[in-house]
Write a protein that binds this ligand. Structure first.
Ligand SMILES: Nc1ncnc2c1ncn2[C@@H]1O[C@H](COP(=O)(O)OP(=O)(O)OP(=O)(O)O)[C@@H](O)[C@H]1O
Ligand SMILES: [Mg+2]
Length: 231
Protein backbone atom coordinates (compact mmCIF):
# COMPACT_ATOMS: atom_id res chain seq x y z
CA UNK A 1 0.00 0.00 0.00
CA UNK A 2 2.97 2.33 0.62
CA UNK A 3 5.92 2.24 -1.74
CA UNK A 4 8.92 4.53 -1.55
CA UNK A 5 11.34 4.38 -4.49
CA UNK A 6 14.79 5.96 -4.52
CA UNK A 7 13.63 8.84 -2.34
CA UNK A 8 16.10 11.69 -1.99
CA UNK A 9 15.37 14.57 0.38
CA UNK A 10 17.43 17.67 1.07
CA UNK A 11 17.41 20.48 3.59
CA UNK A 12 18.57 23.30 1.35
CA UNK A 13 21.83 22.01 -0.09
CA UNK A 14 22.24 19.39 2.61
CA UNK A 15 21.50 15.95 1.15
CA UNK A 16 19.86 13.96 3.97
CA UNK A 17 18.03 10.97 2.40
CA UNK A 18 19.87 8.92 -0.19
CA UNK A 19 17.91 6.58 -2.49
CA UNK A 20 15.60 5.24 0.21
CA UNK A 21 13.37 2.31 -0.74
CA UNK A 22 10.59 1.04 1.50
CA UNK A 23 7.47 -1.02 1.09
CA UNK A 24 4.62 -1.52 3.53
CA UNK A 25 1.64 -3.76 2.94
CA UNK A 26 -1.88 -3.38 4.29
CA UNK A 27 -2.13 -3.88 8.03
CA UNK A 28 1.60 -4.45 8.43
CA UNK A 29 3.36 -3.10 11.54
CA UNK A 30 6.80 -1.78 10.62
CA UNK A 31 9.44 -0.24 12.85
CA UNK A 32 12.08 2.15 11.62
CA UNK A 33 15.30 2.07 13.62
CA UNK A 34 18.60 3.89 13.61
CA UNK A 35 20.79 6.19 15.66
CA UNK A 36 20.10 9.85 16.27
CA UNK A 37 20.35 12.00 13.18
CA UNK A 38 20.30 9.24 10.54
CA UNK A 39 17.17 10.58 8.83
CA UNK A 40 14.21 8.68 10.34
CA UNK A 41 12.11 11.78 10.94
CA UNK A 42 13.12 13.14 7.54
CA UNK A 43 11.83 9.95 5.90
CA UNK A 44 8.44 10.24 7.63
CA UNK A 45 8.26 13.89 6.54
CA UNK A 46 9.10 12.86 3.01
CA UNK A 47 6.30 10.27 3.04
CA UNK A 48 3.86 12.81 4.47
CA UNK A 49 4.96 15.48 2.00
CA UNK A 50 6.09 17.93 4.67
CA UNK A 51 9.45 17.87 2.88
CA UNK A 52 9.57 17.59 -0.92
CA UNK A 53 11.32 14.80 -2.78
CA UNK A 54 14.26 16.05 -4.81
CA UNK A 55 14.38 12.71 -6.66
CA UNK A 56 12.46 9.46 -6.38
CA UNK A 57 8.82 8.81 -5.70
CA UNK A 58 6.24 7.92 -3.09
CA UNK A 59 3.18 5.83 -3.99
CA UNK A 60 0.16 5.04 -1.88
CA UNK A 61 -2.49 2.51 -2.88
CA UNK A 62 -0.89 2.28 -6.32
CA UNK A 63 -1.18 6.01 -6.92
CA UNK A 64 1.86 8.24 -7.14
CA UNK A 65 1.56 10.93 -4.46
CA UNK A 66 4.99 12.59 -4.78
CA UNK A 67 3.57 15.91 -6.03
CA UNK A 68 0.77 16.07 -3.43
CA UNK A 69 0.74 18.39 -0.43
CA UNK A 70 0.42 16.91 3.09
CA UNK A 71 -3.30 17.67 3.43
CA UNK A 72 -4.05 15.74 0.23
CA UNK A 73 -1.97 12.81 1.47
CA UNK A 74 -3.86 12.90 4.78
CA UNK A 75 -7.16 12.72 2.88
CA UNK A 76 -5.90 9.65 1.03
CA UNK A 77 -5.36 7.99 4.41
CA UNK A 78 -1.92 8.76 5.79
CA UNK A 79 -1.98 9.73 9.47
CA UNK A 80 1.10 11.24 11.08
CA UNK A 81 2.02 11.80 14.72
CA UNK A 82 5.21 13.89 14.67
CA UNK A 83 8.09 13.51 17.09
CA UNK A 84 7.25 15.67 20.11
CA UNK A 85 3.52 15.13 19.46
CA UNK A 86 2.45 18.66 18.50
CA UNK A 87 -1.04 18.66 19.91
CA UNK A 88 -2.77 22.04 20.22
CA UNK A 89 -2.08 23.06 23.84
CA UNK A 90 -4.80 25.73 24.02
CA UNK A 91 -7.54 23.61 22.48
CA UNK A 92 -9.48 21.14 24.60
CA UNK A 93 -8.99 17.40 24.19
CA UNK A 94 -12.31 17.27 22.36
CA UNK A 95 -11.33 20.09 20.00
CA UNK A 96 -7.99 18.43 19.31
CA UNK A 97 -9.84 15.26 18.30
CA UNK A 98 -12.24 17.24 16.10
CA UNK A 99 -9.24 18.63 14.20
CA UNK A 100 -8.45 15.02 13.24
CA UNK A 101 -11.87 14.71 11.61
CA UNK A 102 -11.04 17.50 9.15
CA UNK A 103 -8.89 15.06 7.18
CA UNK A 104 -11.57 12.40 6.82
CA UNK A 105 -12.86 11.46 3.42
CA UNK A 106 -16.42 11.14 4.72
CA UNK A 107 -18.26 13.98 6.44
CA UNK A 108 -18.29 12.46 9.93
CA UNK A 109 -18.21 15.30 12.43
CA UNK A 110 -18.31 13.42 15.72
CA UNK A 111 -15.38 11.59 17.24
CA UNK A 112 -15.79 7.82 16.62
CA UNK A 113 -16.54 5.93 19.84
CA UNK A 114 -13.73 3.48 19.12
CA UNK A 115 -11.17 6.23 19.83
CA UNK A 116 -12.46 6.32 23.40
CA UNK A 117 -12.45 2.53 23.58
CA UNK A 118 -8.77 2.60 22.66
CA UNK A 119 -7.96 5.56 24.93
CA UNK A 120 -10.51 5.69 27.78
CA UNK A 121 -8.45 8.40 29.48
CA UNK A 122 -9.35 10.83 26.69
CA UNK A 123 -13.06 10.44 27.39
CA UNK A 124 -12.61 11.47 31.00
CA UNK A 125 -10.60 14.54 29.96
CA UNK A 126 -12.60 15.88 27.02
CA UNK A 127 -12.92 19.38 28.45
CA UNK A 128 -9.32 19.75 29.59
CA UNK A 129 -6.83 21.80 27.63
CA UNK A 130 -4.37 19.66 25.67
CA UNK A 131 -1.45 21.47 27.27
CA UNK A 132 -2.63 20.48 30.77
CA UNK A 133 -2.29 16.76 30.03
CA UNK A 134 0.79 14.75 31.04
CA UNK A 135 3.31 13.90 28.32
CA UNK A 136 1.95 10.38 28.02
CA UNK A 137 -1.63 11.58 27.81
CA UNK A 138 -0.64 14.08 25.11
CA UNK A 139 0.91 11.22 23.15
CA UNK A 140 -2.33 9.26 23.49
CA UNK A 141 -4.26 12.32 22.36
CA UNK A 142 -1.99 12.77 19.34
CA UNK A 143 -2.44 9.11 18.35
CA UNK A 144 -6.20 9.33 18.98
CA UNK A 145 -6.40 12.44 16.79
CA UNK A 146 -4.54 10.70 13.96
CA UNK A 147 -6.83 7.65 14.26
CA UNK A 148 -9.92 9.88 14.23
CA UNK A 149 -9.16 10.71 10.62
CA UNK A 150 -9.58 7.05 9.68
CA UNK A 151 -6.11 6.41 8.24
CA UNK A 152 -4.96 3.34 6.31
CA UNK A 153 -1.37 4.07 7.32
CA UNK A 154 -0.48 5.53 10.71
CA UNK A 155 3.03 6.95 11.12
CA UNK A 156 4.32 7.41 14.67
CA UNK A 157 7.61 9.17 15.33
CA UNK A 158 9.05 7.89 18.63
CA UNK A 159 5.74 7.33 20.45
CA UNK A 160 7.48 6.16 23.64
CA UNK A 161 10.05 8.96 23.89
CA UNK A 162 10.00 10.47 27.38
CA UNK A 163 6.91 8.56 28.45
CA UNK A 164 6.33 6.67 31.68
CA UNK A 165 6.27 2.84 31.49
CA UNK A 166 2.58 2.41 32.32
CA UNK A 167 1.55 4.58 29.38
CA UNK A 168 4.07 2.87 27.09
CA UNK A 169 2.20 -0.37 27.87
CA UNK A 170 -1.12 1.27 27.03
CA UNK A 171 0.26 2.51 23.71
CA UNK A 172 1.63 -0.95 22.96
CA UNK A 173 -1.78 -2.40 23.70
CA UNK A 174 -3.42 0.04 21.28
CA UNK A 175 -0.98 -0.86 18.51
CA UNK A 176 -1.66 -4.56 19.21
CA UNK A 177 -5.37 -3.96 18.77
CA UNK A 178 -4.77 -2.05 15.54
CA UNK A 179 -2.65 -4.99 14.38
CA UNK A 180 -5.33 -7.55 15.24
CA UNK A 181 -7.88 -5.67 13.19
CA UNK A 182 -5.50 -5.69 10.24
CA UNK A 183 -6.91 -2.70 8.38
CA UNK A 184 -4.40 -0.03 9.45
CA UNK A 185 -0.69 -0.32 8.71
CA UNK A 186 1.70 1.32 11.17
CA UNK A 187 5.13 2.78 10.49
CA UNK A 188 6.80 3.73 13.75
CA UNK A 189 10.17 5.18 14.51
CA UNK A 190 11.32 3.63 17.76
CA UNK A 191 14.49 3.69 19.85
CA UNK A 192 13.08 1.25 22.37
CA UNK A 193 13.97 -1.95 20.58
CA UNK A 194 12.24 -4.46 22.89
CA UNK A 195 8.98 -2.58 22.45
CA UNK A 196 9.43 -2.45 18.69
CA UNK A 197 10.22 -6.16 18.46
CA UNK A 198 7.15 -7.16 20.44
CA UNK A 199 4.75 -5.56 18.00
CA UNK A 200 6.42 -5.06 14.63
CA UNK A 201 6.21 -7.59 11.78
CA UNK A 202 9.04 -6.01 9.86
CA UNK A 203 11.95 -3.66 10.53
CA UNK A 204 14.09 -1.19 8.64
CA UNK A 205 17.38 0.17 9.92
CA UNK A 206 18.82 3.41 8.62
CA UNK A 207 22.35 4.79 8.81
CA UNK A 208 23.54 8.10 7.36
CA UNK A 209 20.41 8.71 5.34
CA UNK A 210 20.17 5.25 3.77
CA UNK A 211 18.40 2.00 4.57
CA UNK A 212 21.17 -0.44 5.58
CA UNK A 213 19.12 -3.43 6.66
CA UNK A 214 15.55 -4.66 6.64
CA UNK A 215 13.69 -7.87 7.27
CA UNK A 216 11.11 -9.80 9.22
CA UNK A 217 11.30 -9.32 13.01
CA UNK A 218 10.27 -12.98 13.55
CA UNK A 219 13.19 -14.21 11.50
CA UNK A 220 15.79 -11.83 12.92
CA UNK A 221 17.46 -12.11 16.29
CA UNK A 222 16.94 -8.94 18.30
CA UNK A 223 20.39 -9.35 19.86
CA UNK A 224 21.95 -9.34 16.41
CA UNK A 225 20.22 -6.09 15.60
CA UNK A 226 21.27 -4.61 18.94
CA UNK A 227 24.91 -5.55 18.48
CA UNK A 228 25.52 -5.19 14.80
CA UNK A 229 23.13 -2.65 13.48
CA UNK A 230 23.04 -0.41 16.54
CA UNK A 231 20.12 1.68 17.58
N1 LIG B 1 15.50 21.61 9.53
C1 LIG B 1 16.70 21.07 9.24
N2 LIG B 1 17.62 21.76 8.54
C2 LIG B 1 18.82 21.22 8.23
N3 LIG B 1 19.19 19.97 8.59
C3 LIG B 1 18.32 19.25 9.30
C4 LIG B 1 17.03 19.75 9.66
N4 LIG B 1 16.38 18.80 10.36
C5 LIG B 1 17.23 17.75 10.43
N5 LIG B 1 18.39 18.01 9.79
C6 LIG B 1 19.54 17.11 9.66
O1 LIG B 1 19.13 15.98 8.91
C7 LIG B 1 19.68 14.77 9.44
C8 LIG B 1 18.57 13.80 9.73
O2 LIG B 1 17.74 14.32 10.76
P1 LIG B 1 16.45 13.58 11.30
O3 LIG B 1 15.76 14.49 12.22
O4 LIG B 1 15.68 13.04 10.16
O5 LIG B 1 17.12 12.36 12.09
P2 LIG B 1 16.46 11.28 13.05
O6 LIG B 1 16.97 9.95 12.59
O7 LIG B 1 14.99 11.46 13.13
O8 LIG B 1 17.13 11.61 14.45
P3 LIG B 1 16.54 11.50 15.97
O9 LIG B 1 16.71 10.07 16.36
O10 LIG B 1 17.45 12.38 16.74
O11 LIG B 1 15.14 11.96 15.97
C9 LIG B 1 20.50 15.20 10.65
O12 LIG B 1 21.84 15.26 10.29
C10 LIG B 1 19.96 16.55 11.02
O13 LIG B 1 20.98 17.33 11.58
MG1 LIG C 1 13.71 11.95 14.63
Amino acid sequence: MLKVDYLNVYYGESHVLHDVDMEISQGQIVCLLGRNGVGKTTLLKGIMGVLPARRGKVSFDNQEITPLLPNRRAKLGIGYVPQGREIFPYLSVHENLLVGLESRKDSLRTVPEEIFELFPVLKSMLGRKGGDLSGGQQQQLAIGRALAMGPKLLMLDEPTEGIQPSIILEIENVIQRIKERGNIAVLMVEQYLDFAWRIADYYYVMAKGSVVSHGSTKETDIEYVKEHITV
